[in-house]
Ligand binder design. Structure first.
Ligand code: PLP
Length: 374
């Protein structure tokens, strides 16, 4: 009999999650009004060293609100990595602004910070920093460029709960920083996100945008168009229980990452995640693998082979400058990002969720070894 399929992610919900959820039901607080929201926001802000945290319905709309609150408008340019999730570029495009993409560093898979300054034009308003897969972007040179050119920083820390850059929490670097609590992130609320900032005005604006821009004096009279981006008390209850265990989760992810690296290090043809840089230790949000040039199949084929051996996997991001939706809008004409293009075609990640057992990891390792016949 074949062993059961190993999913690419399963969350771990065996702390206070059930207790807090029952509290929501027992007290009747299930909407976005409810005590867990404020508690979760306060503890989260404290954890990332920020003055304000605004809980929202997911990590994508957190970026939408951040872009609007920073005043990014039609015709403005925002520099960002090509190798990221669509949410980053979508938020820029939706306000009529223009995403200007930068290629990736082949080793860290993050935006190559050396390529940023040459992309700055008269219209550049901000740099969107996205920490990818487990290692933070090298922030110091980027902050220097931003200071020199008077640019805002939007920091997408959706994959970085508990990570630090030179000892400072990720999520503490942006004029606005955002997080996601999707079930494959280090902590989850099912669906959910968080905006953090030290700026009172930005925080107030994000709170207003989250809640349809209701008017504090005349509730149903609106000065601006907002959204319903509210998080529910049920989600915040989960979030609080998860946040209590963030350090343990990060430790477990690091242990898992080290275990995979130890067992897969000898397999020829693979580029594995960098365990550390001078500024951070990898937290392995996901455990990515990039196939070297001499491997005769690509990521899509590798994932098919793994699936046949009952191991889940997911492709890497597909670069923004190669997205049909943006091509149709006339964006990114003549743009090439060879590293991002290669990562998209040669990269994928293997099961890395917090509920993954060592026994399951051994089966995944066996499957990877088998497709490389060594
Ligand atoms: C997950 C993720 C998001 C989006 O978060 P959702 O909660 O799924 O909307 C945004 N940015 C990055 C880098 C992510 O990994």
């Amino acid at each position: 009999m074949s062993s059961p399929f190993i999913p690419v992610n399963e969350p771990l919900l065996d702390g206070n999650e059930k207790k807090y959820l029952i509290e929501c039901i027992d007290t009747g607080w299930i909407s976005s009004e409810g005590p867990f929201i404020k508690k979760f926001e306060e503890l989260f802000a404290e954890r990332v060293n920020r003055k304000h945290a605004i809980a929202v319905s997911n990590g994508s709309v957190a970026i939408d609100a951040a872009i609007i609150a920073l005043g990014i408008k039609a015709g403005d340019e925002v520099i960002m990595p090509s190798f990221t999730i669509i949410s980053c570029a979508a938020a820029i495009v939706r306000v009529g602004a223009i995403p200007v993409v930068v290629d990736s560093d082949p080793i860290t898979w993050n935006m190559d910070v050396n390529l940023v300054e040459e992309k700055i034009s008269m219209r550049t308003k901000a740099i969107m920093v996205v920490h990818i897969y487990g290692l933070p972007v090298d922030m110091d040179p980027l902050l220097e460029v931003a200071r020199k050119h008077n640019l805002k920083i939007i920091e997408d820390a959706a994959e970085m709960h508990g990570q630090t850059y030179k000892g400072r929490p990720c999520g503490s670097f942006g004029d606005v920083s955002t997080f996601s609590f999707y079930p494959n992130k280090h902590i989850t609320t099912g669906e959910g996100g968080m905006i953090v900032t030290d700026d009172q005005k930005i925080a107030d604006h994000c709170r207003s945008l989250r809640n349809l821009c209701f008017n504090p004096e005349k509730r149903f009279v609106h000065e601006e168009l907002g959204f319903n981006f509210r998080m529910t008390n049920l989600q915040a209850a989960l979030g609080l229980a998860q946040l209590e265990r963030l350090d343990a989760f990060v430790k477990r992810k690091r242990d898992m990452g080290h275990y995979y690296t130890e067992k897969l290090g000898s397999v020829k043809g693979l580029d594995l995640p960098l365990p550390q840089t001078s500024y951070a230790e990898n937290i392995y949000w996901v455990y990515g693998i990039v196939l070297k040039e001499d491997v005769p199949f690509d990521a899509a084929q590798a994932m098919k082979k793994l699936a046949a051996l009952n191991s889940g996997s997911r492709p890497f991001f597909w670069p923004m400058h190669e997205q049909p939706v943006f091509k149709k809008m006339g964006l990114f004409k003549g743009v090439y990002c060879p590293v991002a293009e290669r990562l998209a075609r040669r990269g994928f990640y293997i099961p890395s969720g917090l509920a993954l057992t060592t026994n399951q990891m051994d089966k995944v390792i066996e499957a990877v070894r088998e497709i490389f016949h060594n």
